[in-house]
Design a protein around this ligand. Structure first.
Ligand SMILES: [Zn+2]
Length: 156
């Protein structure tokens, strides 16, 4: 997570003040901080006595890339947000869209932390970051909500 002393991270700078917006931003902040409990974390924490396989699709290890970008079980949740993000970037600059969507780690970075120094400065224009933040916070929360519902966990 990129943080500068004395500044508010873009997650919070772009979060609304209502309870739902704060809850959505909180889920994203937990994921970004690396403390969201995915199956790969559980497996590591339990000394590999628990499987790291995604409990939703049973097709791959559930880690920080699989869950937001690849899990087939949450495709229908993810797709509209990704389409919206792609359209937004394409409308700004087709090269930026290609840059983001040709590299999964860049796409993941844009979704989880668009303010990261690893992201092209052309994407970090204030108004564009606000729009990206709104889309990415929405998809992260929607995926979290779907995951909790499928695993019968209380969504918090
Ligand atoms: Zn999965």
């Amino acid at each position: 997570m990129s943080m500068k002393y004395g500044t508010v991270h873009t997650i919070w700078a772009n979060a609304g003040l209502d309870f739902t917006s704060i809850m959505k931003a909180n889920v994203k902040a937990i994921i970004l901080a690396g403390v969201y409990t995915l199956q790969s974390n559980r497996s590591r924490f339990k000394k590999y006595e628990v499987s790291a396989i995604c409990p939703l699709c049973i097709a791959d290890i559930e880690d920080t890339e699989h869950s937001p970008l690849q899990c087939s079980s949450t495709d229908t949740v993810r797709r509209p947000f990704i389409t919206k993000l792609r359209t937004l970037l394409c409308d700004i600059d087709h090269e930026i869209e290609n840059l983001v969507f040709s590299n999964k780690s860049v796409l993941l970075k844009v979704i989880l932390d668009v303010s990261s120094p690893q992201i092209s400065i052309s994407i970090q224009a204030i108004l564009l970051m606000e729009k990206i933040e709104a889309i990415s916070t929405g998809v992260v929360y929607a995926l979290h909500h779907r995951r909790c519902a499928k695993l019968d966990l209380a969504s918090s």
